[in-house]
Design a protein around this ligand. Structure first.
Ligand code: FE2
Ligand code: FE2
Length: 176
């Protein structure tokens, strides 16, 4: 989707970096920018995490906890795949030109490490505790992306590119 650069685009873009205009911007738009789309995915995932934590607040078997972990891992894998293809790879390319790309993917790798131990324990309480910690770590990861990674992306890419990547996001989720 190509849009001409207008004053209102610029205004929305500046507000979006502060996270204030995001929900309003989606109203009446068929396609969000890539950063709006990824923030929307974060919001949906946070709501799923909240519901899972409600389930975990009651005693559950290790098997149930592991099944819940697998659901979260599947959702996060899909989210990360799109995020890396449409946001991180673009950002990485630009930062590499500035010699500043180190550590961009490290956060995702560390996040994977939070979920793996859940599947190695047969203790229900320990599995539940590990899953809660993994959800907390994931929320922190989302916060870092929304406060650091996405605003950087909005700074370095033209609005047209953010919309084009958003259109690619729409196509990617439609075909998954
Ligand atoms: Fe991420
Ligand atoms: Fe993300």
């Amino acid at each position: 989707m190509h849009r001409s650069k207008t004053k209102s685009d610029g205004d929305v873009r500046r507000k979006k970096a502060t996270g204030q205009a995001f929900p309003v911007r989606l109203v009446g738009q068929s396609t969000p920018t890539i950063t709006q789309a990824l923030i929307l995915e974060h919001e949906i995932l946070r709501q799923i995490f909240y519901q899972i934590e409600r389930v975990l607040s009651r005693s559950q078997s290790a098997r149930v906890v592991k099944s819940l972990a697998l659901v979260v891992e599947g959702l996060l894998t899909n989210h990360a795949k799109i995020e890396i293809n449409l946001a991180y790879s673009v950002l990485d390319h630009v930062l590499a030109e500035r010699d500043a790309s180190q550590g961009l993917y490290q956060d995702h790798e560390e996040l994977d490490g939070h979920f793996a131990p859940i599947h190695r324990t047969s203790d229900p309480a320990k599995a539940s505790s590990l899953l809660k910690k993994a959800l907390t770590a994931t929320r922190e990861h989302f916060r870092r992306e929304e406060q650091i990674v996405f605003p950087t992306l909005e700074e370095i890419l033209r609005p047209e590119t953010l919309w084009t990547l958003g259109d690619q996001w729409r196509r990617a989720i439609s075909s998954s």
